[in-house]
Design a protein around this ligand. Structure first.
Ligand SMILES: *Cc1c(COP(=O)(O)O)cnc(C)c1O
Length: 454
């Protein structure tokens, strides 16, 4: 491949010589060389070759308020000068983490007023696993250890995160899942619903939770964890019947419910949290990504008051990270939330960008390659199929990857999960930018179809 900018080759050589990239085939990446992203503004990225790219994924779902907000840089710089680091371990605290805890409690669902901070979403879920087991031990039920999760859920990439997640290709490496984590089927009607109607299938999928609780014995089950909408699994929007039935089951059995809000939290659905969107009333919520709009790493676990009351009786919680509640990250998160509130970013997304994006995306349903378009808020998925009526795929053709490459080459980032194309642009995307996104998406669908027919 020839380069306009000779530096591109130099950077690619550095990548080959020294960098091991996450979720990558190291050897294949060496042959191709990574695309080098050099700067960004609003919803756009620029690569080292000068290409302008519309970021339909907000980075990895995280850049909620868009790229290039100087206020966040200022907040980080100010905090670094004042107190760049101090820990929270030995009965100390600092202003940014305390102010951030309050700000999060203000936007979180009612009765969720405490936050335990981590450096990432994965660490948030590791914290959750240990806190759930600690909670039940304090209550004199130490056998309530098992955590029920879902096939094709995503909960991170640490040992606990990948185990909680239901990605089999992750489990295959490193003998996962660890003991005490079990998976039930996902509510993915388009892919797995067969002849059932979406509503029937939603009830069936939810009932799997009850069956698993009864199979394990409720005295052995500590918690159920789920993303309100599965993100990395392919933007899987459960049928309308799913969450109400899950809520009935959760009300029946004494187990904790954890909403993994790492993607849905901080406005993605057009509400502050996916739990608000579906009225879920979780006991714990994992957060990260939109918390800082990705400008700096930070995650956490928001915990319901009743759970905190039990933990208060349990002595030391022997868990924490050097960077728990890092002051610079906390200052950036605080500024991010301030901007979201003052500029009414979520409310505006809810009223304008979300309905417009959903309407425009659904226009792609008429495309011969498209079996379904679905979405909520600023999340969307496009299913690529061979036969719309039977939902049959082009088996073994790698259609999603073909489409993803066309998108990249035509200035649009859409991600492929198998043959499902997914988007999650910054919440601040404008109507004109949504038009551009949909126009480019249609063009790339056409190009993909021409390859399949050719
Ligand atoms: C990204 C993600 C995580 C993991 O967060 P990291 O910051 O990458 O560790 C956990 N849960 C969900 C739902 C995610 O999308």
């Amino acid at each position: 491949m020839t380069h306009k900018n000779p530096q591109t080759r130099e950077w690619q050589t550095l990548s080959n010589d020294h960098h091991l990239a996450p979720f990558s085939d190291f050897k294949q990446l060496k042959e191709k060389g990574p695309r080098i992203i050099t700067h960004a503004k609003g919803v756009y990225l620029w690569d080292s070759e000068g290409n302008q790219i519309l970021d339909g994924m907000a980075g990895l779902w995280c850049v909620a308020i868009g790229y290039g907000r100087d206020e966040l840089a200022e907040a980080a710089s100010k905090q670094m000068r004042e107190l760049p680091y101090y820990n929270l371990f030995f009965q100390t605290a600092h202003p940014p983490v305390l102010e951030l805890s309050k700000a999060i409690a203000e936007v979180a669902p009612e009765g969720m007023n405490h936050v335990f901070f981590t450096g990432s979403g994965s660490e948030g879920n590791d914290t959750m696993l240990r806190m759930v087991r600690h909670y039940w031990a304090i209550k004199g039920q130490p056998n309530k250890k098992t955590i029920i999760s879902r096939v094709n859920g995503y909960h991170g990439s640490t040992v606990a995160g990948a185990s909680l997640g239901g990605m089999t290709y992750m489990h295959e490496q490193g003998d996962l899942p660890i003991p005490g984590i079990v998976h039930i089927p996902q509510p993915y009607w388009f892919g797995e619903g067969g002849d059932m109607s979406p509503e029937e299938f939603g009830i069936w999928a939810a009932n799997q939770l009850e069956e698993k609780i009864l199979e394990l014995g409720v005295d052995n089950v500590g918690a159920f964890i789920a993303e309100p909408i599965q993100g990395a699994g392919g933007v899987i929007i459960p049928p309308d019947s799913y969450w109400p039935r899950i809520k009935e089951i959760l009300a029946k059995y004494d187990i904790l419910f954890v909403a993994d809000e790492v993607i849905c939290g901080f406005g993605r659905t057009g509400e502050w949290f996916g739990s608000d969107f579906y009225d879920l009333k979780p006991d714990m919520m994992t957060i990260a990504k939109g918390l800082t709009s990705g400008y700096i790493p930070m995650g956490g676990l928001i915990v319901r008051d009743e759970v905190v009351a039990v933990l208060n009786e349990g002595g030391d919680f022997n868990h924490g990270f050097t960077y728990s509640g890092h002051p610079v990250a906390a200052a950036v998160a605080l500024e991010n939330i301030r901007i979201m509130r003052e500029e009414k970013i979520i409310q505006r997304a809810h009223e304008k960008a979300a309905p417009y994006l959903q309407k425009r995306l659904r226009e792609l349903s008429d495309h011969p390659l498209v079996g379904e378009v679905r979405g909520v808020g600023l999340l969307g998925a496009i299913e690529l199929v061979k036969d719309k009526a039977t939902r049959a795929r082009y088996e073994g053709r790698g259609v999603g990857m073909i489409c993803r490459q066309f998108c990249f080459d035509n200035g649009l980032i859409m991600r492929a999960v198998g043959d499902t194309m997914i988007i999650a642009p910054p919440l601040v995307i404008s109507e004109a930018e949504i038009d551009e996104l949909v126009t480019k998406a249609r063009k790339c669908l056409d190009l993909t179809l021409s390859v399949l027919e050719g």
